[in-house]
Design a protein around this ligand. Sequence first.
Ligand code: BGC
Length: 506
Amino acid sequence: MRLPVLLRLSGALAGATLVVLASWLYTATPARHATTVTVAPSAPTMRFPAGFYWGAALSGHQAETAQASDWAAFESEVFRERRFQAGEAYGTTRPGHIRDFGRWSEAVRLHKSAFDTHFAEDIAAAGATGLNALRVSIEWARLFPRPDQSEPSPEGIAYYEQLLAAMRAAHITPFVTLFHYVAPRWFFEPDESGRRGWERRDALDHWQRYVSAVATHFVPEVRHFCTLNEPMVYLYSAYIDGVYPPLERRADAAAAADVYAALLAAHARAYRILHATAAARHAEVYVGITQAAQAFAPLRNWHPADRAITALVEQAWNWDFLDAIASGRMRIAASDVDRPIDGLAGTQDYVGLNYYTRVFIKGDLLHPTKPSILMRDPARLDEPVNDMGWTSYPRGLHDLLVKAGRRFGRPLYILENGTSDHEDDDRGRQDYLRAHVRETWLAIQHGADVRAYVVWSLLDNFEWVDGFGPRLGLIAVDYENGFKRTPRRSAALFGAIARANALSER
Ligand code: BGC
């Protein structure tokens, strides 16, 4: 999870609009937790619906050997040029840098958590712990390392066949992500008109070739597909904050509207291809995206600017992309971008949410388009934080699930939730998971149709520009000792919840 330091809203947002919006919001915001559920003292166990998925997640580039991808190229450049600078806290890595990257051996830089050589052991461990789902990537760059391939690389296909066979043997249901920020390197070389990546004229044709290969080889062995991981994080980090490749620094989301539109169109195409293949094979697939959803709170609840801008940021960050999939129109909050996207309307079988923490918004009437985004309330600096400086706000997950359920009327999958805690006896993570599983259960009692809860992450892995420092794994990876795995305490706790399909009050 990465948040832009500043979420730049379009200049179209004038002060006058702000005041009107603020007063409207003041009267229109519904009370939270309006419905309450009474849990009888004699019912200490929170049971989940039958067939609930309890999983853990990884992504290809963060946990496996680097492929011929844009990220691998970026990392080689960073290493060559020794661009390792970051501020004191995580989340403050300088654009174009990767925090402490030079500190790690070549094997670590290249193989990350070495999941592709250890998957048999890791999947068996996940199954033995009690997990029944695993979220992994089928990486575009592993199947299509070269632009001229009409067929996917046989080694790539063979690797995923083995991975899926190991999951089958461990009774683990695969949830597959297609685009988790990483694309083949050649995709970012300019085409004849000088456009790169998602803005190439033939971007969707290349994407379609890759998705068709995935469908041909892996449907219906895989039934759950997540086409895009956190498109807003990608858009901001890669095209506005300039910290992920292609390191661009555009003014705002409206200035990256072509990328935004291409991502929506890519999702729609993938949805149709996967469904067409499944229908031809008399099988079912469930296709959606997963959104980085935040609990946004006005820093000063009484302040009209904070309240109005919080609502706007929440709309832009949490809902705009998902609303577009529901309606078929791309609208970017606080801008005049409003265009139809072909074949997009209604292409989500579930709504995926990744949730980590709460952030505070501080508006400024003199600069209404540049709110500050704070990871903590400066008036409450005693609030505990994890290794990455994030607070734990479990109720935010409940509220998001209930809102998303009402807004889209679709099943909900939590495809990431977790925290960074490097201890083996990781009490911070155990408390975090218990509290968030509890809020998930509450959201189900309040009508949200939640079907999956997936922890980020199965293993410690490469946390993008924050490098290898943050430890988000249920299983620790010792990068200095041949990638040795050691399950943390939270793995046993989470496995027990999964096996019982229930959370017991302590
Ligand atoms: C991403 C992961 C990342 C995690 C923790 C999400 O933004 O999907 O790739 O490692 O959050 O920051």
